[in-house]
Design a protein around this ligand. Sequence first.
Ligand code: ATP
Length: 241
Amino acid sequence: MSLLGVRGLTRDFDGLRAVDGVDLDIGEGEVRALIGPNGAGKTTLVGMIAGRISPTAGRVTFDGRDITHMPAHRRMRLGMAYTFQITSVFAGLSVVENVALAARRRARGAAVGSAVAAALDRVGLADRGAGMAGDLAYGHQRLLEIAMGIVQRPRLLILDEPTQGLAEGEIAGFGRLVRDLAGETTILLIEHNMDVVMALAGRITVMDAGRVLAEGTPGEIHASRAVQAAYLGNGNDAAAR
Ligand SMILES: Nc1ncnc2c1ncn2[C@@H]1O[C@H](COP(=O)(O)OP(=O)(O)OP(=O)(O)O)[C@@H](O)[C@H]1O
């Protein structure tokens, strides 16, 4: 049985069908990439999975349970964690305090401090814990968001454009982090950097115009003419990168 199941998921915005009858199954332990041209519906789909956007139609199951209408905070308690393009860190709190806030969703007392230290170490921010989150470079704020996700020891970690704003060396570090996490959590990765997708994903789901255009291994997706046409047709060269 899949950890995450999506059936016929649909979302309309003022007459525009942003997500159109999507089916998706993600098995426990998978690293799944979700790709597609700008406006394909990726963020809207993931927003419905995470409970931030209510669907017009369709259902979402998590570990066999129907969560279609469950609020986001309850989904978190079930083991979903996500980082979004719009940064969710508290700029006026320290790096440690930000991660501690997330850690307290699951842990209490002394366990919080050790979990925070471990999460910051994993994302490479161990030496920046005392600094203000708002003073971090944008790319480091993205890493802080990931630390806030993994400190909750999620069963499903959703990462929305995690490498955006990261330097080359930091992207390599992010790759190591995902490989390291892959043994302990299921990962859904929305990512425009095709090198990252091809290197990390076990399977790739491609969206275009609100629908699933293709799904397969990195090799199958790379070879797919339909996928190439979707990217080239939208003037987006991501597939060629
Ligand atoms: N709140 C909203 N109100 C109206 N239209 C919206 C809203 N959110 C998204 N859309 C529209 O829905 C479509 C899908 O957008 P979405 O952000 O899900 O795509 P995406 O694949 O995540 O794109 P990107 O890669 O640029 O982030 C787009 O046409 C977008 O303009």
